[in-house]
Design a protein around this ligand. Structure first.
Ligand code: ANZ
Ligand code: ZN
Length: 867
């Protein structure tokens, strides 16, 4: 037969699937629903190998569950708002929308060339008003339900991108996109009250058993629950302030006897009040602000303090006082914005104490340490031990001491209040969603001079972005627009200003999976439909979204439930985070990165050398790194599809490593995948040369056929299990094994029974392959003259009897001497065993053409031949 030609076959089958609407999913289909989703792409312009890997995996899952008779939802859309579109618009002098929609077209064509089983009728782009009007309407509902607030807060301000950044978008004090040093600014912003759900979001993590443990841990840490004590310290009277006490939050009240100072945040109200009449303190606070208050920055920054001159009474040591410092590492929006410092057992406190000469008194004794000599030098002791140097707490464990001291303070009073109150705190902050950018979902409110801030009436939605915007000035183009923001109040008619902040793009991606269930509905969801599909059975994407995107989506689902749009709380039942795609790196002699397509590699035994194909210059082969533009080690999926076809790319992506690990893209690997494709094609061609009609019942008495069928059925069973467990590389390995077994049988001048088994094998192999190499599978299916499309074929049934490992090996004796052995299925009838024994080479040699005198078969045990 001819070589398989993917370039011809792939577009052909894609058109057939399209015309047949093979992957269009109906919401009314009575079969069991199954929802598989890959994280939708940002339309940056072109798909990359990471997408290829992600979507190949999702497609295998989708096609497999279709074959299993489920009604599969496998949609695709575009996370289409965001800053890069504005930057591109500035660079290219186009509109962000033009750039975005062009990219969507290009990337859609690329995804289509991969042959993905996607229902494109459900495509959504978050930048289209058809989508974001529902987001606006839910925003209004959330506002009315008290889930949205507007408050003034300190924000990370990127002076180059002129926008607010989330803490995690600040890296080493710089903006993640612009690299500019981030400033702190006070801004009035919109917030989603995700912190209302902190406990629920934390507890429900235990129910997400189909999520990777590491992702659940990351979420737990992000929510950061801690149980502690609010504790009042009495101020020594002073004319500097009327304040009489300072409230701190501590998780270590057991260390109170080791307290050596009280610390205030630079933003603490008492700090602000004191700074009003203390220029040095005001300068210290300003300096702290210049350095930023992002958690990460603070952890790295040198600990700085300012002695306010105030003193508090030590709450447990009679007659002792403690100084009150303002310290740069204390956040205002956690706990009470004030702490007590115990330098012996907290590193930050220790750094501060060493710098300003404060006392360091250990109160937790490490197991086995000597209480007389134990001391803390430069490293705080933060581990377990028993309390000492602490009067009535001495000898207790940390936990027991915490309980005892909480009771002690609970029973005392300061300023007419209980001195100590047990309290739970969460690190999780409310979600600031305001962005000062044009290319995002407008926040649907107006600010009226008379009525204040009002939501836009729902009948006036969507609040559309104006088309005629310019980006000639830095900042928010929406704010610069000459007319857009000037409106009249719908309530009183007075002049009003539209909100010009747009929503964080994480809002768009927090509910798109719900919208896919009814993408054209006039309401955000059709609850009955959404409830049928949700939660997503299998969500697949990058681990970089393990915290924010997933947490925001979990919050949003809860909010949507509260508003009656869905009836589930958790959006994603199964979560899988895939590894990255890596490639070797190459450098020219002048130290420039060189793309893999520009070099030729020569292999000499173990040694590999590289040369530039045009210039012939030697190139050095460097380490294997994540594909990135900066290292130029990127392989373009388009080129791979054009050279080898989509199936080869898909196969290689699935075959080489466990899907949660990184996969190294290599030329040799792709070529191997491409050769395998041809092998399958040959195998099917040669099989139909032997038998052109579809598999009928196979003679189960025939041992050779039985052995082959056993391999076939085990493969069907095993590949199914591996796909369900998302062990794609193992599924691939099993398909290789099956192919080898079939090839071997084909080469062994097969009997009619074996030929029939071979035919069965070729058909089943084609179905097993079809989730991974769907185009090749269609070609094989049609070549074999099978009915319909393999895309519509059912996953093969498995004969359970063939899965049981019931082979027995029987020794074969000739005249009482062991000469050979034979493997047959348990219970093989004596006549069949006799027939097989007589065809054994060892036996025919001794018989020399004569018939044996007698053959005794003890089934499943032994064979005796008498000659
Ligand atoms: C006294 C103490 C002694 C503390 C000791 C720790 C160790 P988690 O567990 O993360 O909740 N803290 C409280 N509020 C703070 C704020 N706004 N900014 C910075 N630090 C703050 O951390 C709670 C601990 O962090 C608290 O317990 C407090 O210091 C500090 F040996 O109190 B601890
Ligand atoms: Zn008004």
């Amino acid at each position: 037969g001819e070589r398989y030609n993917p370039r011809e076959s792939e577009p052909k089958w894609q058109k057939v699937w399209d015309d047949a609407k093979s992957f269009v999913t109906s919401n009314d289909d009575p079969r069991e629903p199954y929802y598989v989703l890959e994280m939708f792409p940002y339309p940056s312009g072109r798909i990359h190998m990471g997408h290829v890997r992600n979507y190949s995996m999702g497609d295998v899952v989708a096609r497999y569950h279709r074959a299993r008779g489920r009604n599969v939802l496998h949609p695709m859309g575009w996370d289409a708002f965001g800053l890069p579109a504005e930057n591109a618009a500035i660079e290219r002098k186009t509109h962000p929308g033009t750039w975005t929609y062009q990219n969507i077209e290009a990337m859609k064509a690329q995804l289509k060339s991969m042959g993905l089983a996607i229902d494109w009728t459900r495509e959504i782009a978050t930048c289209s008003p058809e989508y974001y009007q529902h987001q606006q309407s839910m925003f209004i509902d959330m506002l009315e339900a008290g889930l949205v607030t507007r408050k003034s807060s300190k924000v990370n301000w990127d002076p180059v991108d002129m926008t607010v950044l989330a803490n995690e978008q600040v890296i080493d004090g710089k903006g993640w996109r612009s690299g500019a040093v981030v400033e702190q600014r006070e801004l009035t912003q919109w917030f989603f009250k995700i912190s209302d759900f902190a406990e629920d979001l934390l507890e429900a993590l235990d129910t997400l058993t189909e999520w990777p443990e590491k992702v659940r841990t990351m979420q737990r840490n992000w929510i950061g629950k801690s149980e502690g004590l609010r504790l009042l310290f009495e101020l020594e009277p002073t004319e500097k302030t009327d304040v009489t006490s300072i409230e701190v939050f501590t998780t270590r009240p057991d260390t109170i006897f080791g307290a050596s100072f009280v610390g205030l945040s630079p933003d603490h109200p008492l700090t602000t009040a004191l700074a009003a009449s203390n220029a040095d303190l005001a300068e210290f606070v300003a300096e702290c602000h210049r350095h930023g208050t992002a958690t990460e920055t603070l952890e790295k920054a040198e600990k700085q303090g300012f002695d306010t001159g105030l003193r508090v009474k030590h709450p447990v040591i009679e007659g002792q006082t403690l100084p009150v410092y303002v310290a740069n590492f204390i956040l205002m929006d956690y706990g009470t914005g004030a702490i007590f410092g115990c330098p012996a057992h907290d590193q930050r406190d220790l750094d501060l104490a060493r710098k300003y000469g404060l006392s360091v008194k250990p109160v937790v004794l490490p197991p086995g340490a000597d209480p007389e000599t134990f001391s803390v030098a430069d490293e705080a002791y933060v581990d377990a031990g028993n309390i000492f140097n602490s009067a009535f707490l001495d000898g207790l464990s940390i936990d027991d001491a915490k309980r005892k001291i909480a009771e002690y303070f609970g029973a005392r009073q300061v300023d007419g209040k209980s001195q100590g109150t047990v309290e739970t705190n969460y690190r999780l902050r409310d979600w600031g969603i305001s962005r000062q950018r044009y290319w995002g979902c407008p926040i649907p409110v107006i600010h009226c001079e008379v009525c204040g801030t009002l939501p836009v009436p729902k009948k006036d939605l969507p609040v559309k972005l104006p088309e005629d915007v310019t980006f000639d000035k830095p900042g928010n183009a929406l704010d610069h627009h000459p007319t857009w923001k000037h409106v009249h109040c719908h309530q009183c008619g007075a002049s009003a200003r539209r909100e010009t902040d747009t929503m964080d793009t994480f809002v768009d991606s927090s509910w798109y999976y719900t919208r896919f269930t009814a993408p054209h509905a006039e309401t955000p969801t059709v609850p009955a439909v959404a409830n049928r599909w949700l939660p997503v059975d299998q969500y697949i994407g990058g681990v970089e979204h393990a915290i924010l995107h997933l947490l925001y989506s979990r919050f949003f689902t809860r909010a949507m439930k509260a508003m009656g749009h869905v009836d589930v709380s958790e959006p994603f039942k199964g979560l899988f985070t895939q590894g990255m795609v890596t490639h070797e790196t190459y450098k020219s002699q002048s130290g420039e990165w060189v793309n893999p397509t520009e070099i030729a590699i020569e292999t000499n035994g173990e040694a590999r050398t590289a040369k530039h194909i045009r210039t012939g210059d030697p190139i050095s082969i460097g380490s294997v790194e994540k594909m990135s533009k900066s290292k130029k080690n990127v392989v373009d999926p388009d080129e791979i599809v054009a050279t080898y076809g989509a199936d080869t790319a898909r196969w290689f992506m699935l075959s080489d490593s466990p899907p949660e690990r990184d996969v190294q893209w290599t030329e040799a690997g792709v070529e191997g995948a491409s050769r395998f494709q041809q092998r399958i094609w040959r195998l099917v061609n040669e099989t139909i040369e032997l038998t052109a009609s579809p598999a009928a019942s196979v003679d189960v008495q025939d041992a050779g056929a039985l052995a082959l069928r056993r391999i076939i059925h085990r493969s069907v069973h095993g590949v199914a299990g591996d796909i369900e467990g998302l062990r794609f590389n193992r599924a691939v390995a099993q398909i290789y094994e099956l192919t080898n077994a079939l090839t071997k049988a084909l080469a062994s001048s097969p009997s009619p029974a074996v030929t029939a088994a071979l035919r069965e094998g070729a058909e089943k192999l084609t179905i097993l392959l079809s989730p991974m190499m769907p185009h090749l599978a269609e070609s094989c299916w049609s070549l074999m003259g099978m009915h319909g499309l393999v895309a519509d074929a059912s996953w093969p049934d498995v004969d359970p009897a063939l899965l049981v490992d019931n082979e027995v090996t029987m020794p074969v004796q000739i005249n009482g001497k062991r000469r050979a052995e034979i493997s047959v299925a348990k219970g093989t009838p004596a006549a069949e065993v006799e027939r097989l024994v007589l065809s054994l080479e060892e036996v025919t040699r001794i018989l020399e053409g004569k018939a044996p005198k007698k053959i005794v078969v003890v089934p499943d045990r032994i064979v005796n031949v008498v000659v």
